[in-house]
Ligand binder design. Structure first.
Ligand code: GLU
Length: 419
């Protein structure tokens, strides 16, 4: 059988391709030279499956998408509280290159606008790291995320430097507030190199899938960020990642994302997929027109909106059966799926409101593929209380999801007896 996913993605590209609205970025002259018709789409799952269609293997510069990852690196290396002292996480509602800082503290409003991104860039490494050293660390990080060695497009970098007055102004302003200490010229030089790293949509989809996979690159298996760092980063991407159209994006697409003026967009849906599009024509906010259209379509067709209300966890108790008869009888609760707080709450409520008539009962975990820490504690506490009420409680095949189950009364849960 041929996998239908690439056919579906081709269909999305074909449907969005006729949209020729917008213009490639021109404030960096080299970016204006790109072929505006290029259009690539790639999707990478947290299992490491990568689908790439259209121009998904064409290189372009990462631009502002690098801001998300460099910020993640700063948080990884300096710790979140230190970084928060320098950069806030409030959506600004302003264009990306606005020369604005928070009143009083002088902090940039968030790490996705240039003021915050330039600051985050300087927080990579430690106080002794040179600007060149920072660029190397960032390129290494981006390479780890992509799973291949990435490099800088020197021509785009030169072009960006020739048009860097505004970023220099931002860097000088940051220096005057004591937010950065290096020379404005050195910082903008290094930050522009970060923006000029060449990537493909395929690379970006895998990089986004690393975030979706709680920080582990799904193809190489390398851990790049820890789960808390990813949660923070995705939150900032959701609220601030799409320039000054973040609100529109959240309501129409609902996936944490970051776009760049090179024409790329990434989106990372926790636990599911990383998505990337590449199409150079930009709307007035600086977001790729066809990229936004493709994301809207994918979000709708594939049910990827983060705020989509998932079906309730009603089905956690899949069924119950009774083994044996009389005093020997064991009522077995067959649990299934992923059990979090609400799933465990349903089990506990069922056992409280409809306690089993049988004295002996068992939790069958064979159909459960994961259980959160709190759900595990709730089920073990329920077990302890059922025992206090005079029930005997067993566990069927639970070692993988409920290893060494100790309800806290000193008696481990035993296997269902042979009947
Ligand atoms: N290098 C660009 C700048 O700082 C990145 C802008 C962007 O992609 O939004 O001006």
């Amino acid at each position: 059988m041929e996998n239908p996913v690439p056919d579906y993605l081709d269909e999305v590209v074909t449907a969005c391709a006729p949209n020729l609205r917008g213009e490639p970025a021109s404030y960096i002259p080299e970016l204006a030279k790109v072929d505006p018709d290029r259009f690539g789409l790639a999707v990478a799952t947290v299992d490491g499956e990568v689908y790439a269609v259209g121009d998904a293997e064409r290189e372009f510069t990462i631009q502002s998408i690098s801001k998300a990852f460099a910020y993640g690196l700063a948080v990884r290396e300096r710790g979140l509280s230190h970084v928060l002292e320098k950069i806030d996480v409030e959506p600004s509602g302003e264009p990306f290159d606005e020369i604005s800082l928070e009143e009083g503290s002088g902090r940039p409003l968030n790490p996705m606008i240039n003021a915050g991104a330039i600051t985050a860039h300087t927080l990579v490494g430690d106080d002794t790291t040179s600007p060149q050293g920072r660029v190397e660390q960032i390129i290494q990080l981006l390479s780890d995320l992509a799973g291949r060695e990435l490099s800088v497009d020197e021509q785009v970098w030169h072009s960006e430097m020739a048009a860097s007055d505004r970023n220099l102004a931002i860097a000088h302003m940051l220096r005057s507030h004591g937010i950065i200490t290096d020379s404005a010229e050195d910082v903008v030089d290094a930050y522009s190199r970060q923006c000029s790293v060449l990537v493909t949509a395929r690379d970006l989809a895998v990089m986004a899938a690393t975030l979706a996979n709680a920080g582990v690159q799904p193809v190489t298996g390398k851990r790049v960020f820890d789960g808390d760092q990813v949660r923070h980063l995705l939150s900032v991407m959701l609220t601030c990642g799409m320039y000054d159209s973040a609100g529109d994006w959240v309501s129409s697409v609902g996936i944490p994302a970051k776009s760049g003026v090179g024409g790329g967009i990434i989106g990372a849906l926790p636990g599911q997929v990383g998505i990337s599009t590449f199409s150079p024509r930009l709307d007035r906010h600086g977001n790729s027109v066809r990229g936004v259209a493709a994301f809207e379509r994918l979000s709708k067709d594939l049910g990827l909106h983060l705020m989509r209300v998932a079906p309730p966890a009603r089905s956690v108790i899949h069924s119950t059966t009774v083994l044996g008869e009389g005093e020997e009888a064991v009522r077995i609760y067959h649990l299934a799926g992923t059990i979090g707080f609400t799933g465990a709450e349903r089990v506990v409520t069922r056992l409280t409101e409809h306690p089993p008539h049988e004295r002996r009962l068992a939790l069958d975990m064979t159909g459960v593929h994961s259980i959160s820490g709190i759900a595990r504690r709730m089920l073990l506490e329920a077990t302890r209380r059922l025992r206090e009420d005079g029930h005997e409680v067993f566990l069927a095949e639970g070692e993988d999801v409920l290893p060494s189950p100790d309800p806290g009364d000193g008696r481990e849960l035993e296997d269902v007896p042979e009947l």
